[in-house]
Design a protein around this ligand. Structure first.
Ligand code: ARG
Length: 394
């Protein structure tokens, strides 16, 4: 099987110099006007778009097209288990923002809209599309909120995933506190400009201290996690038009934090620490100390978020919702592209219903794509020194 975007098969490479493909534009517009009947007949719109592409190499989406395109991109995100609510996505049209300052202010607004109250709303902010061959704005960070990884003589303090990114922002003038949960600055690169650092205001970064419903010592581990996962380096492609800056968020499923971010050996690597707290025998694998530590760590994450009033869901509930989504889509006559290796939760896979079946593997558009260059920037590699000379902005 060689479907782009599945099993290490790279997605089709993006050529920022290419003009909009009229066939892809037409395919999207037909889908959009067919699914959203109040938009009326598609034929007059197709004529306008064809003419725009012929004259300028691209075309401009109406607000309605942009909104529907973003929702369908979520619906098509084959790695996402949380797609039941794809229609409820809040789409913020930010295409007019130009400068790095404007962009940063709107990123802060994004976090406010997503999680300003107690609920967490799925939101995408869509910034200006790339025009063929022209410079475009981007954010280097993988997510709007992430923790630094500080290299020290005795290993990395913080999130090792971001150790190189932390090195890079340090060369640009950033100084963290040196703690395990220092929120990284955002690197915004305006079109044709160098990158600039921005520090998120504290009120925009909701965080939850991790405690355990029964184990008092858990609190003393000093763990926490941020409330909102907001991916900021994927390109949104709608009808042949690319939006390189379109950060989006949902709410967390507990295992993302408790079974990956805090547990993976190359992340916070906390299973040995939790096992020690539980007094488990770690001398051989068959005691299942890792599994027992995982369960308590994940209970702690879910309990802490719930107690703080921050929306989160467990993997059993989210699995059942995904199957409900599949039933809805089947009724609508649409195939559901899904990647088993991402859909099945990273703990107790077989105890969830999503484990026990196969899925339709397809690269359907609109969609979100991670480009190799964006991935490299987010990992702190491939940052050219010439770009790394801008002053620190507040
Ligand atoms: N797994 C990523 C993280 O832990 C977030 C991916 C998106 N997750 C979501 N629930 N929308 O930060």
């Amino acid at each position: 099987m060689t479907v782009p975007g599945y099993r290490n098969v790279p997605a089709e490479e993006w050529d920022p110099a290419a003009t909009a493909d009229p066939a892809e534009a037409e395919e999207f517009l037909r889908l959009c006007y067919n699914e959203v009947s109040r938009l009326g007949p598609v034929e007059p719109r197709l004529a306008v778009v064809r003419a725009q592409i012929a004259a300028t190499g691209t075309y401009v989406h109406t607000t309605e097209e942009l909104v529907w395109g973003a929702k369908v991109a979520w619906r098509n995100a084959s790695r996402c288990i949380g797609r039941l609510y794809w229609r409820s996505l809040t789409v913020l049209d930010r295409r007019r923002a130009r400068t790095a300052d404007e962009i940063f202010a709107l990123l802060v607004r994004h976090l406010d809209v997503a999680g300003g109250g107690s609920a967490i709303r799925p939101v995408v902010s869509v910034f200006a599309p790339a025009r063929p061959g022209k410079p475009y704005a981007r954010v280097w960070n993988e997510q709007l909120i992430r923790y630094a990884g500080h290299r020290t003589g005795s290993g990395v303090v913080g999130d090792p995933r971001y150790a190189s990114f932390t090195d890079a922002v340090r060369t640009m003038g950033w100084r963290g506190k040196g703690g395990p949960f220092d929120v990284l600055p955002i690197v915004v690169q305006g079109p044709g400009e160098g990158p600039r650092l921005f520090e998120l205001p504290e009120r925009a970064v909701r965080q939850v201290p991790i405690t355990h419903p029964e184990l008092g010592w858990f609190e003393r581990l000093g763990l926490r996690w941020h409330a909102i996962p907001a991916i900021s380096n994927m390109r949104l492609r709608i009808g042949g038009v690319d939006y390189p800056l379109a950060p989006f968020n949902g709410w967390y499923m507990g295992t993302e934090i408790g079974a990956r971010n805090l547990a993976d050996p190359d992340r916070y690597n906390l299973l040995p620490v939790v096992a020690r707290g539980l007094g488990l025998d770690t001398s051989h694998e068959a005691t299942l100390w890792r599994d027992r530590a995982l369960v308590e760590l994940n209970r702690a994450v879910l309990w802490s978020f719930e107690r703080a009033g921050v929306k989160i869901s467990d993997h059993h509930t989210e699995s059942a919702r995904f199957l409900a989504h599949m039933r809805n889509e089947e009724r609508a006559g649409r195939p559901v592209p899904a990647d088993w290796t991402w859909i099945v939760p990273p703990m107790s896979g077989g105890a969830t219903a999503v484990f026990h079946r196969y899925y339709h593997e397809a690269d359907q558009r609109p969609n979100f794509y991670l480009d190799a260059e964006a991935a490299a920037l987010a990992r702190g590699v491939g940052m050219r020194p010439a770009l790394v000379a801008a002053p620190l902005a507040a």
